[in-house]
Design a binder for this molecule. Structure first.
Ligand code: HEM
Ligand SMILES: Cc1cc2nc3c(=O)[nH]c(=O)nc-3n(C[C@H](O)[C@H](O)[C@H](O)COP(=O)(O)O)c2cc1C
Length: 908
């Protein structure tokens, strides 16, 4: 039985008794109580006064707060709790488990005291332990293998030449090898291809770890399929994440469990093969496997056992890949959202590394790059929470009780924003606060992305060297832009967190081709290329005319469409468009020997999202020779409502380009979107100012043959008939007339012009592939609560004549591909009855399917009619679609003689 203990309440002079569960005592579910709601009152004293004003998260019996934690976004749930309950709260989980979460620096600091709290793997870590046992990450306190591995490996991780048999520095070349693969992949994608940041950084981290830890190449940048070990690891981690949340008896998870153990076997067998191969063919590689094989524990004199080596080989992959890739992905996101930091980082790389190859000596000379990573790890710690267990019954901050053996979570996503440490701008990305001097003065335990004490991350120097190298190499050779400039951080959570759906584009700097970049990265000097494109670059001309670059800064699309319009006009004026893209793609690199036309807006006096990096670079440059040789013209769009900053950005770009040595070839054009038509203003500027100035400067002239605006190349298809495999052609209805009086059943005279090549004789049938009336389609959209522009994609394996694996507007599907008016079949109605939530509706529907079915046929009651009549029916859209016949031909019979190529019909 655990010890009860006493505390004097600050608010009054009474003693109250806390006893920590699971004692036979009363659990208070009282709103007046502290966050730490498991405080239990001794039965003798039912009265208990709060030590803190906020209530705990109210939970449900048995499952406690489990249902309030979003299983795919736990971090968000914990943040919401932190908003509501402050610096500390306790959650109740199934199995009478409780976890105390701390969100402030002062409480994290207390929990970092290893005499009071220790890491004892539980939850997900316990599941991972099934695969890697007492490996470093999942070992329990006091396990011998942890001590041996820790002491053998610590020197290997120390980032200095003077320590241990090998060091992280010795792994630089192999890290460089994998970073080069990634850089070349970016280069070969080209500037327009969206790069899935998290995926490519995961490839980088995995391949680097496998190569540096065991000399093994996953070749993720080349292989389409994942290596079996990588796949098994992914499955194993996902399963480990799910297993702690199980609520049913294990019998129900037999298939999942079998797969889980199978994946563990794949991981262990692969690691074992690597180990045995190394033992058979020892080499002098400076990798972790050799460090583990050859290292001797200075304390016990023991070597690591084979099992422990295998456990730790897998552990490195698990602990090191998502964490490092998440850090790099977040760093890119933060840099792209903070142009000043982006520019400072790139300037530092340019100054320190220059244009030559990056060497290991550069790594420690890039303080700003390091600061960017530290600041990223503060705001977006990939492991945003780490756990410890209380070693005794104790009070936090002298007032919050925590029981011996109770689990605790140090929630870095909040403690890293504590204004007491980070100030009011804690949410801002400011790498300056992480430069060595301020960083070294931070309060103890304020920055904990790598965990704590003896159980802190052993891979920290490895990860930092790898990440600094990747950032330096990428920024030395590329500029980056967000693929979607309006993207805002969304988090994907697995074991760690990473940006979800974050895509960027990479534009090679210095006008290099991918081949030239390859030479530079390999330190082989500059490669003169004799390719056609290089020759064209220097002359500035291509077969179709003088090259022109068009750049836009645009959030809501006006300036982008003006840019596209200018591009489509260019050929008529003797110019060939080299590039139309956002201004950020020209950050630090404006082309020479060709005119550059800039079209941009302003937002609250700031640049549009896709021009921020460019403007930051330009505003920060004061070198009248920097842009010599660049010819430019600017058109700006603004709105007079923003009087103080009206046209601020286009005017700024226009003057700063000139100040930095570029030549203005036409006067700035400006349009006020609030008072005139911008497109007309633009055309006037184009025709009266821009093209004449360009002709004068470049000696070009308007094309004589191609005087019409180019327009877009358009292909018209009509996929419905081929998808539905109906051999019909388009015919025009020339005339329709109603032949019957109002109130009588409608009869119409319809006159149709036959398509070319079609003949018709009296008595022939006419087949029509109809379209459902708009009002009926609207009824479906309403019943299924579909937005007017909703799209539907039917999965490929479905048995249907409808198009699959293609996103189609729902309106088109319901208008043209399915029969909506078909009377419901008995089976349809019985299915509807099954999905009705109300017993009366079920009974009524069953009656329709049986004795009243003739009525259904008589009145042609469709599935849609039933759905509207019985709102309690919850039919999934997919089932509804499956019930409907695909649109078929309807046959009409003509009563009259064909007249020339027209036929006349009577339609009843
Ligand atoms: C930026 C990248 C990384 C971050 C943010 C990170 C973060 C962490 C954190 C927070 C812990 C403590 C977990 C806990 O207390 O439960 C940890 C432990 C660990 N990490 Fe890392 N890690 C990173 C990279 C790596 C790499 C590259 C490796 C392998 C080379 C690695 C290997 C380990 C190991 C083996 C442990 C367990 C140490 C022990 O308990 O003795 N980590 N890491
Ligand atoms: C939130 C907001 C802020 C704006 N701020 C300015 C401004 O500071 N100066 C200005 O001249 N126009 C301003 N405008 C007007 C836009 O620049 C103008 O609507 C322009 O056409 C937008 O171009 P885009 O569609 O290419 O993004 C602002 C518009 C919005 C919606």
């Amino acid at each position: 039985m655990r010890q009860a203990f006493r505390q004097r309440q600050p608010q009054n002079s009474e003693f109250i008794y806390y006893r920590v569960s699971p004692l036979p005592s009363l659990v208070i579910q009282d709103n007046s109580q502290s966050h730490l709601d498991t405080v239990v009152v001794d039965r003798r004293r039912k009265k208990w006064r709060p030590s803190h004003p906020s209530p705990p998260p109210p939970g449900l019996p048995i499952v406690g707060n489990a249902t309030q934690i979003d299983p795919v976004a736990q971090r968000r749930s914990f943040s919401d709790f932190a908003d509501k309950y402050g610096e500390v709260y306790r959650l109740h989980l199934p199995g009478k488990r409780t976890v105390v979460f701390v969100n402030s620096h002062r409480l994290v600091d207390e929990m970092c005291d290893e005499k009071r709290f220790a890491k004892i793997p539980s939850g997900v870590l316990e599941e991972i332990r099934n695969g890697v046992h007492d490996g470093l990450f999942t070992a329990k306190p006091g396990e011998e293998n942890w001590g041996i591995a820790h002491r053998v490996l610590m020197p290997a991780y120390v980032c200095s030449r003077t320590f241990g048999p090998m060091s992280i520095r010795g792994m630089f070349e192999e890290m460089h090898d994998i970073s080069t693969q990634m850089a070349l992949k970016f280069a070969r994608y080209g500037p327009s291809t969206p790069i899935p940041a998290s995926d490519d950084f995961t490839r980088l981290a995995l391949d680097t770890l496998a190569l540096c830890s065991m000399g093994f190449r996953f070749n993720s940048f080349y292989a389409k399929e994942l290596h079996p070990m990588v796949e098994a690891m992914g499955n194993f981690l996902v399963a480990s994440g799910k297993r702690p949340g199980r609520v049913l008896p294990s019998f129900f998870y037999r298939a999942e469990d079998a797969k889980y153990w199978e994946d563990i076997e794949v991981l262990r067998n692969t690691a074992q093969e690597v180990l045995e191969a190394r033992k058979r063919h020892p080499d002098g590689r400076k990798d972790l496997l050799n460090a583990m094989l050859n290292g001797v524990d200075p304390k016990t004199g023991k070597h690591m056992s084979d099992t422990s080596i295998i456990d730790n080989l897998i552990t490195f992959l698990i602990a090191g890949h998502e964490t490092t890739s998440g850090t790099l992905s977040f760093a890119f996101y933060r840099l792209l959202k903070n142009p000043d930091a982006y520019r400072k980082l790139q300037n530092e790389v340019d100054e320190v590394v220059g244009k030559g190859p990056i060497t290991v000596e550069h790594i420690s000379k890039l303080p700003y790059v390091t600061a960017v990573l530290r600041e990223t790890l503060r705001l977006d710690s990939p492991i945003s929470i780490f756990g410890v267990t209380s070693l005794e019954d104790q009070l936090l901050a002298g007032r919050y009780p925590v029981a011996k053996g109770e689990s605790c979570g140090l929630f870095l996503a909040r403690s890293h924003l504590d204004p007491a440490v980070w100030g009011d701008d804690a949410h801002d990305f400011k790498p300056e606060r992480m430069l060595d001097e301020p960083f070294n003065k931070l309060p103890k335990n304020a920055w904990k992305p790598f965990g704590n004490g003896a159980r802190a991350c052993i891979g920290r120097p490895f990860a930092m060297q790898e990440a600094v190298l990747a950032l330096a190499m990428l920024f030395q050779n590329f500029n980056f832009v967000m693929h979607d400039p309006t993207y805002n951080l969304a988090i994907k959570q697995t074991l760690t967190i990473k940006p979800d759906n974050f895509f960027m584009r990479a534009i090679i700097r210095d006008g290099l081709s991918p081949t030239q970049l390859e030479h530079r990265l390999a330190g082989r000097g500059f490669l003169e290329e004799s390719s056609k494109s290089q020759t064209e670059e220097s002359s500035g001309t291509v077969a179709k005319g003088q090259k022109i670059t068009i750049l836009y800064g645009s959030n809501s699309g006006t300036c982008e469409s003006l840019a596209q319009r200018l591009a489509s006009d260019a050929s008529r004026h003797g110019f060939a468009v080299d590039k139309v893209d956002c201004l950020d793609t020209a950050n630090g690199a404006l082309p020479k020997n060709q005119p550059v036309i800039v079209i941009t807006a302003s937002y609250e006096g700031e640049p549009p999202d896709n021009a921020a990096l460019f403007c930051s670079w330009l505003a920060g440059s004061k070198d009248e020779k920097l842009l010599q040789g660049v010819d430019y013209a600017v058109f700006g769009v603004g709105h007079h409502d923003w009087a103080q900053t009206f046209h601020r950005i286009p005017k700024l770009v226009d003057t700063k380009l000139e100040e930095n040595g570029a030549t203005r070839i036409a006067d700035i054009g400006l349009s006020d979107a609030g008072s005139t038509d911008t497109f007309t203003d633009f055309e006037t500027w184009e025709d009266n100012i821009l093209w004449p100035a360009l002709h004068q400067k470049y000696g070009t002239e308007n094309s004589k043959d191609d005087v019409q605006p180019a327009g877009l190349s358009v292909e018209i298809t009509s996929p419905r008939t081929s998808t539905l495999r109906q051999d019909v052609m388009e015919a025009f209805v020339v005339d329709t007339r109603k032949l019957t009086a109002d109130g009588e059943p409608v009869k119409k005279h319809i006159e149709i012009a036959l398509p070319t090549g079609q003949t018709y004789r009296s008595g022939d049938y006419l087949a029509v592939l109809p379209i459902n009336p708009k009002v009926v389609v609207q009824r479906v959209m309403r019943r299924f609560k579909l937005a007017w522009d909703a799209h539907i994609t039917i999965a490929g394996a479905a048995n249907t004549a409808l198009p699959t694996e293609t996103s189609m507007p729902a309106q088109s599907v319901f208008s043209a591909y399915v029969e909506l008016a078909q009377p419901a079949t008995k089976r349809n109605i019985l299915t509807l009855a099954e999905t009705a939530s109300n017993e009366e509706d079920k009974a009524a529907l069953k009656k329709y399917a049986n004795e009243d079915y003739p009525d259904v046929l008589d009145k042609r009651i469709s599935v849609l009619d039933f759905l509207e009549k019985f709102p309690t029916v919850e039919l999934p859209l997919g089932m509804f679609l499956a019930m409907l016949p695909t649109m078929r031909l309807h046959f009409l019979f003509s009563t009259l003689e064909p007249v020339l190529r027209h036929i006349d019909l009577l339609r009843a």
